[in-house]
Design a protein around this ligand. Structure first.
Ligand SMILES: Cc1cc2nc3c(=O)[nH]c(=O)nc-3n(C[C@H](O)[C@H](O)[C@H](O)COP(=O)(O)OP(=O)(O)OC[C@H]3O[C@@H](n4cnc5c(N)ncnc54)[C@H](O)[C@@H]3O)c2cc1C
Length: 412
């Protein structure tokens, strides 16, 4: 059996950043990626907007990936396994991980002191959202369309309707318009877009593509191929308002209706009902001390820079655990997301001194509010938010300051 200190599963930006950090913190690392190249989803994101925080430059996805790839290759302590699929993650003796991979040489078992899950996420499909109507050709997820157009050089259709206004949907609205298609509308069931403000401006407004809020597809129409959609407004319970039903002729429906962390291979650990990722502590450690998680498999990020920074920390902690340097004896403090938050991460920290950084998403848009971290009557920190939207992942640092039991985030 092959042995290593830190085994990193998935070679996207999270996996690469995590592997570099673990190696620089003194560990031998094996980095496993099922594709023929490192880079993950970035390889198909040919638009710019990556790296503004991390590299202080605006890069395309492939450029961002290339820089990380070079850094990974420069690390002597990282063994890269490409074209290698992770098939099983198990617990071994003495709190180690045993991972089965299938590569060029067949099956292999790797035993690691720490295992970091960096396998990203996958898209919700028509089946996942119970999209009504027939099942003709021409209903595609945004990531699939992105791969077909940007990597395979294949156009998907001429008259497009996009369901969901998350960042991928917005970016594909612009991309398909630039490739000559007519994007008739982006339909969003919620009252606000799930995407970043800059993407709404640069991808829809600049191209006069309408965004219809509180609106969804009632029914897809078409036998062999998509012929159009019935769409209309929804009420506050997301039920179709039949009196608003209209027909829109199109040959392609692009779905950008959310991403799901790739947790299928994870051993039994507690999961968040909101993010669908593992519940982790401030060290990105799951319930199984040897198993760590970061990047989109943990929670869906809007910016790759945040993925790289999170994975850098996770890589350090995984390396510390491999060398028995990670504290584990202090009492736990649970962090609770109060009303108005969709989630907060991590949900467990340890008693003691020092700063803690939490990440959170809001349920609804807030303007000129203060986020407060409270432990009973004790205020640990405050953050003023001029304007915050659900599409943006936000960060907040505060001092632990002797907190015990539970810390609650509140909006005031
Ligand atoms: C369309 C789109 C547009 C975006 N635009 C921007 C933008 O403008 N700016 C920005 O900052 N961010 C953007 N992002 C976000 C950013 O790209 C992601 O947050 C980031 O790529 C997530 O990194 P990750 O490493 O967690 O996941 P991924 O990049 O998905 O990497 C996961 C890797 O794990 C591998 N893997 C999965 N399962 C296995 C397995 N069983 N065995 C082996 N390997 C496996 C996959 O092949 C993949 O390489 C965009 C994302 C998308 C999808």
């Amino acid at each position: 059996m092959t042995k290593t200190d830190v085994l990193v599963l998935g070679g996207g930006p999270a996996g690469m950043s995590c592997a570099i950090s673990a190696s620089r913190n003194g560990s031998h690392v094996i980095l496993v990626e099922r594709d023929a190249v490192l880079g993950g989803i970035l390889n198909q994101c040919i638009h710019n907007g990556f790296g503004l925080h991390y590299f202080k430059e605006e890069l395309t996805g492939p450029e961002f990936a290339h820089r990380f790839r070079k850094m990974v290759e420069a690390e002597k302590n990282i063994e890269i396994r490409l074209n290698t699929l992770v098939t099983k993650i198990d617990e071994g003796k003495n709190s180690t991980g045993i991972v089965e991979v299938l590569g060029a040489n067949g099956f292999e078992q790797i035993q690691a002191k720490s295992v970091v899950m960096c396998m990203g996420c996958r898209e919700r499909t028509a089946g996942n959202i119970n999209l009504c109507g027939t099942r003709p050709m021409g209903v595609l997820t945004a990531g699939t369309v992105q791969k077909m157009v940007n990597i395979d050089g294949k156009m998907v259709g001429k008259d497009v309707v996009i369901l969901g206004s998350g960042d991928i949907g917005l970016i594909m609205a612009r991309r398909l318009t630039l490739e000559g298609a007519k994007v008739h509308a982006v339909l969003e069931i919620n009252s606000t877009s799930g995407g970043l403000r800059r993407n709404i401006m640069q991808c829809l407004e600049d191209f006069d593509i309408p965004l219809y809020l509180n609106t969804t597809i009632f029914e897809v129409v078409g036998k062999e191929h998509v012929e159009g959609v019935y769409y209309g407004k929804v009420d506050e319970k997301f039920q179709p308002i039949e009196s608003t039903r209209k027909f829109l002729k199109c040959d392609t429906v692009v779905l950008s209706v959310g991403l799901i962390p790739e947790m299928e291979l994870s051993p039994e650990v507690e999961k968040s009902r909101v993010t669908n990722g593992a519940v982790v502590n401030e060290f990105y450690q799951t319930q199984k001390p040897w198993l760590f998680s970061c990047g989109n498999i943990l929670h869906i990020h809007d910016l790759v820079d945040n993925v790289a920074l999170e994975a850098e920390q996770a890589g350090k902690y995984a390396s510390d655990f491999a060398h028995k340097k990670l504290p584990s004896t202090a009492e736990k403090i649970y962090i609770k997301a109060g009303s108005g938050f969709s989630y907060v991460l991590p949900s467990i920290i340890y008693e003691g001194a020092g700063q803690v950084e939490v990440k959170f998403r809001l349920k609804e848009k807030v303007v000129k509010k203060t986020i407060v971290a409270k432990c009973g009557a004790n205020i640990l920190g405050k953050k003023y938010v001029l304007a915050g939207i659900p599409g943006e992942m936000m960060k907040f640092s505060f001092e632990k300051n002797g907190a015990k039991g539970e810390i609650e985030l509140q909006i005031e």
